[in-house]
Design a protein around this ligand. Structure first.
Ligand SMILES: Nc1nc2c(c(=O)[nH]1)N[C@H]1C(S)=C(S)[C@@H](COP(=O)(O)O)O[C@H]1N2
Ligand SMILES: [Mo]
Length: 197
């Protein structure tokens, strides 16, 4: 109740900015280490683990239905950007290309450059999640994960793997790069699931 009277700035957006976050100007780039260089002709995407293993090509992705998405983006380092416009492919459509073993309950996302992040199946297979190849109508800039990145709007953005090139299906949860270094296993911004300690 009291909070209502002490609300600061941006009342029209305050219900969309999770606690402890502020709105960024522009679209910051956050990459650990160096951005990998990927040649689109050689680009490929693998699935392995508890799934029928396959290697998918760029055209396998591009032949899936394409959609426009508008999503808010929340980085655990406390900036958020509202209404980011993307073009991409729904995770639910991508799932029709592969045969996942029903025992799979977790996923490790793998990327060119070696970045990893873990996600539960239930958080991955959501209607609003997508693989993006355009940002604000332009080809996804390299520094933002081009040619292709994952976007998982309901979790902190470290789960939205840039330069993604594979998914490893697992029965048990394993930890990705930031998660092994103290970040939360799940990372839900409204619950401020920032760190694991
Ligand atoms: N491959 C890869 N993906 C990544 C990262 C990274 O360092 N490498 N950083 C993550 C983090 S912490 C954030 S906040 C977002 C940032 O995306 P942006 O650079 O497009 O803003 O990408 C996520 N995906
Ligand atoms: Mo981040």
């Amino acid at each position: 109740m009291l909070g209502k009277f002490f609300q600061k700035s941006n009342p029209e957006n305050s219900d969309r900015v999770p606690p402890g976050q502020h709105l960024a100007t522009g679209f910051p780039v956050l990459t650990y280490g160096q951005a990998p260089n990927i040649n689109i002709e050689e680009w490929e995407f693998r699935v392995w683990g508890l799934v029928k293993p396959v290697v998918l090509s760029w055209s396998d992705f591009m032949n899936l239905p394409q959609h426009e998405f508008t999503a808010d983006f929340h980085c655990v380092t406390r900036w958020s950007k509202l209404d980011v416009k993307w073009t991409g492919i729904k995770v639910t459509d991508f799932m029709n290309l592969i045969e996942v073993d029903p025992k799979a309950a977790h996923i490790m996302e793998h990327c060119y450059g070696g970045y990893t992040t873990n996600i539960a199946m239930t958080d991955f297979v959501r209607e609003e999640n997508f693989f993006a190849f355009k940002l604000f109508g332009e080809p996804l800039p390299h520094e933002h994960g081009g040619p292709l990145r994952l976007v998982v709007p309901h979790l902190y953005a470290w789960k939205s793997a840039k330069w993604i090139n594979g998914l490893e299906f697992l029965d048990k949860e394993e930890l990705g790069f930031w998660e092994r270094n103290g970040y939360h296993r799940r990372g839900e911004p409204w619950a401020q699931e920032r760190y694991s300690f």
